[in-house]
Write a protein that binds this ligand. Sequence first.
Ligand code: ATP
Length: 358
Amino acid sequence: MTEYDIAVIPGDGIGPEVVEAAQAVLAECETRYGLTLNYTTYDFSADLYRRTGRKITAADMDEIGMRDAVLFGAMGLPDVRGPEGLELGAQVEMRAHYGLFSSLRPVRLFPGVDGPLKAEKVDMLVIRETSEGMFAGLADEHEPSDESASDRMTITRATSEKLFDVAFSQARARRKRGTPGHVTLLHKSNALRSNVLLEKVFDEVAARNADIGSAKYYIDAGSMYMVTDPGRYDVIVSENIFGDIVSEVAAGLVGGLGVAPSADVSLTHGVFQPSHGSAPDIAGQGIANPTAMILSAAMMLEWLGERRGDDLATRIAHAIQGAVESTLAIGPRARDLGGSAGTREVTDAVISALPPQV
Ligand code: ATP
């Protein structure tokens, strides 16, 4: 019997809509395959903060962190700012609290989905560092004023080593299903001191993983290759802000944010959320594409299965991925992919495409 305790944070905007869709798919998996998921739902959101001033605390995160994994919708609204003037979401706090240092964002051009390029094959995993760099929220020694404000980019050897270890082991795991087994670092060591260290540590880790090919490009040239020649990439690894940007470029290559899942993981904790934000422009209309969230739920089961040696969880994850793939191929198709189906219709199609057994 496969049983897990899952913390659910639906969040803002389309977050609750896509989380409901993912839970509907998971509920069907519970019925069909002998999986049990015990949910505890937490109502943290930018909207709650606006109404009550309540935001997630360290004690909340301690409690949430006792569950086996976190299923997270999307948090943040453009007009809700925290005390420092930044958009309010629990992602940054959870990354720091749980030591989530890597965000895994697989993108694959599924049959039936038109990407913006002529490329027939896009199949890459973007790994973004998420605890350091400019998003670490490290205050600069100068207080921001109306005249000047700054952010600091700090990169450490310890985190970089862990990050590159993840990148090479992911490349090795992907190779089992036919990808080349190759890691590319995107960086800017010709202009940023922090990136000189990043590149140095990458070279060291690459030398220890000589069975996996590796390459390095400056972030500017590497971004161009993503568009002109995406087939050269298997696993891409980068620091926090560059990784944030290139993971959205990668999502754009395969049909957009609606189909791009992500997993924020440390060696002990995992938060699974779509790459997209709360999309307030389409919230409440029942038209959000649930695919990214459903694939994030599949990544959660895959991660749990790997950690626990639970083959059933892994097989269920693959069944969900297969059901999504066949739905993308034959429809119905959500609006962001050029179709007219709403969230519920896409979700129902994924559920119908699940195999009777795994
Ligand atoms: P954040 O900074 O919080 O990640 P963002 O600025 O990247 O957010 P999103 O909220 O992700 O913005 O939305 C970007 C665009 O993509 C919006 O036009 C939104 O409607 C669209 N979008 C995002 N997610 C989906 C989805 N699941 N289905 C359809 N459209 C989506």
